[in-house]
Design a protein around this ligand. Structure first.
Ligand code: MN
Length: 234
């Protein structure tokens, strides 16, 4: 196969315990999957979650033990963190039942669903897509995946984000409204899931605005921590 312009690398994530990488096909994201986050965003905590997407190009992989770095994005002055567990799909499927959902998971990691909250708000106000709020260069810093073959399928694990050493998000993945298998079941009604797809599973409360120079450290018990510094805009 030859191409008329140079071909880029497939976006990929490191994997704990191997030098081989996980190739990223699509990035699905769950919105409002924690009650306390629904409330801080102005909801009543009784909404059904929903999905949106980021482009695979947005993924900013951070290697194990490294501090990642992303530039403060253009066209925003309200750039928010959202700490989320990332689910990596290893086996595709269509109309997967929730009780079989875990069989489709390759592994788990930590990601930041970085958000231009001001541009997202324009979308909400005008009934327009969230694309500019959620889908931009480096909008998805992600750390290494831990394979389910060694880790199992977590249903309870402390999730934390510190910014410059101060705790900003402090919850547990057991607070998700839709569990991971339920997300897989719902999503696979609308898409044929494929190996390489990622799901960002939603953020708990405590989202807030990042500033240039901030050091973000996201942890989920049992997974490799994710460290990211916010660099000046390009
Ligand atoms: Mn999110």
């Amino acid at each position: 196969m030859s191409y008329v312009i140079p071909v880029w690398n497939i976006p990929s994530l490191p994997v704990v315990g191997t030098t081989a990488r996980f190739p990223v096909r699509r990035v699905f994201c769950v919105g409002r999957n924690y009650v306390e986050h629904q409330k801080e965003m102005g909801g009543d905590g009784r909404e059904q979650p929903f999905f949106f997407a980021k482009a695979p190009h947005d993924v900013a992989p951070v290697e194990a033990g490294a501090q990642g770095a992303v530039h403060y994005p253009p066209m925003s002055s309200d750039y928010h963190w959202e700490t989320e567990m990332v689910v990596a799909i290893g086996k595709g499927g269509y109309r997967i039942s929730a009780d079989k959902g875990n069989e489709h998971v390759y592994g788990y990691g930590i990601g930041l669903d970085m958000t231009r909250r001001d541009l997202q708000q324009v979308g909400k106000d005008k009934g327009r897509p969230w694309t500019f709020g959620k889908d931009f260069d480096q909008a998805a810093p992600m750390g290494p995946l831990t394979p389910a073959s060694s880790f199992g399928h977590p249903t309870k694990a402390a999730l934390k984000l510190t910014v410059n050493g101060q705790v900003k998000q402090d919850s547990n993945i057991d607070q998700m409204i839709w569990s991971v298998p339920e997300q897989i079941a719902f999503l696979s009604q609308h898409y044929t899931l494929e190996p390489g797809d990622l799901i960002m599973t939603g953020t708990p409360s405590g989202v807030g605005a990042a500033r240039v120079g901030d050091d973000l450290v996201a942890t989920i018990a049992g997974l490799t921590e994710l460290k990211v510094r916010i660099l000046p805009p390009l």
